[in-house]
Design a protein around this ligand. Structure first.
Ligand code: NAP
Ligand code: ZN
Ligand code: ZN
Length: 354
């Protein structure tokens, strides 16, 4: 039987329960494992979807559920074969803690598209301890070094945490669709993912326009790096730049009209969905057909690419804009997230669990 140790965590016992303290077991590190004392964990809207079992048709939640996949901490112990890390290093863990490592996608560094599914950081069968994996709303985690990244010294660890999901989830499609100078990019939804998309697309040299439902975020959007802001509830504003965008990244967490954004694309333009509303959304095919537009999706990013993203952020002086919270405030923060009231990522100070 795998030897384990106890770790303090915050999790939910049911879809309607408040997040509460609980004790979980972590495996003792094996030869390739890194034991990380977690310092900070970002609060992603996916955590809320999963805790409330909103994705039950695709990924039903197993309770208790300990979410959290924007993890930054200090390396406390390393296994005998670990090469990349030493005790004291600041390390990061994102949405995956393992994958098959042998399929073509894993070999290409796209572990997020592993043929047999990567092992997600929480709510996925845990082959070591049994039950399901538990995420970063906890004071420790043990992960194979192949799924741990280095947090560059130049980035404040608390502000680096959201890069492990919000950062890579927006960086990866921007890179895949080769966004750069001369491109006009739309970012739909200014939340955790959206605000990182703005910073990254701007740093890549694109002209960036934010589509938001929140007039109160206009000034922030410009400060974050957007060149322009369109209030999506203003019909006239939505008409003003129709057919002019090369690329649109949709980060919205709730069902909304895709067609209104597809119409913003120029000939051969692409819109990519990263936001993951639970319910299906109707699609009018003519918004695709008439201008040979493309609609795609994208999931997080690979481990090598996550390191590349962190290094890119360090080089460009980028990190998330955060509100640091104690774990006891998580329910309040979930409620604010549903209202779009986040500036622009909650990050749990894990010292509050002790
Ligand atoms: P978030 O911080 O809550 O931001 C979502 C934003 O969407 C809100 O701030 C709001 O922006 C907008 N919005 C919310 N409800 C809306 C509605 N009814 N109509 C129009 N706009 C609305 O969430 P997040 O953490 O960035 O995550 C966003 C989505 O991405 C979630 O569904 C999450 O599960 C998903 N996600 C996917 C991946 C992936 O790999 N594909 C990875 C991480 C997260 P405005 O106020 O500006 O309108
Ligand atoms: Zn996430
Ligand atoms: Zn694989």
């Amino acid at each position: 039987m795998t030897k384990t140790f106890a770790s303090k965590a915050f999790g939910a016992a049911s879809p309607t329960a408040k997040l509460a303290p609980l004790s979980i077991q972590r495996r003792e590190p094996g030869p390739n494992d890194v034991h990380i004392e977690i310092l900070y964990c970002g609060v992603c809207h996916s955590d809320l979807h999963q805790v409330r079992d909103e994705w039950k048709s695709v990924m039903p939640t197993v309770y208790p559920c300990v979410p959290g996949h924007e993890i930054v901490g200090r390396v406390a112990r390393v296994g005998s074969d670990v090469k990349k890390f030493k005790v004291g290093d600041i390390a990061g863990v994102g949405c995956m803690v393992d994958s098959c490592r042998t399929c073509p996608q894993c070999k290409a560094g796209d572990e997020q598209y592993c043929a047999t599914m990567p092992t997600f950081t929480y709510n996925f069968p845990d082959k070591h301890v049994g039950g399901v994996t538990y995420g970063g709303y906890s004071d420790a985690i043990v992960v194979d070094e192949a799924f741990v990244v280095k947090v560059p010294a130049g980035i404040d660890p608390a502000r680096a945490a959201p890069l492990l999901c919000a950062g890579i989830t927006t960086y990866s499609p921007l890179r895949h669709w080769k966004v750069g100078p001369g491109h006009k990019v739309g970012v739909v939804g200014l939340g955790g993912l959206g605000h990182m998309a703005v910073k990254l697309a701007r740093a890549m040299g694109a002209h960036v326009v934010v589509f938001t439902t929140s007039e109160r975020k206009r000034a922030d959007a410009l400060k974050l790096g957007a060149h322009d802001v369109i209030l999506s509830t203003d019909a006239q504003a939505m008409q003003s730049q129709l057919g002019t965008f090369d690329f649109i990244l949709d980060t919205v967490s709730a069902p909304h009209d895709f067609n209104a954004y597809l119409e913003q694309l120029k000939l051969d333009g692409s819109m990519v969905l990263v936001g993951a509303p639970a319910e299906p959304v109707p699609l009018g095919v003519f918004s695709l057909i008439f201008k040979r537009r493309r609609l795609g999706g994208s999931a997080i990013g690979g481990i090598r690419e996550t390191q590349e993203m962190l290094d890119f952020c360090a080089k460009h002086g980028l990190a998330a804009d955060i509100e640091l919270i104690p774990a006891a405030k998580l329910d309040e923060c979930f409620a604010r997230m549903v209202k779009g009231d986040v500036k622009y990522r909650f990050v749990i100070d894990i010292a509050s669990l002790k």
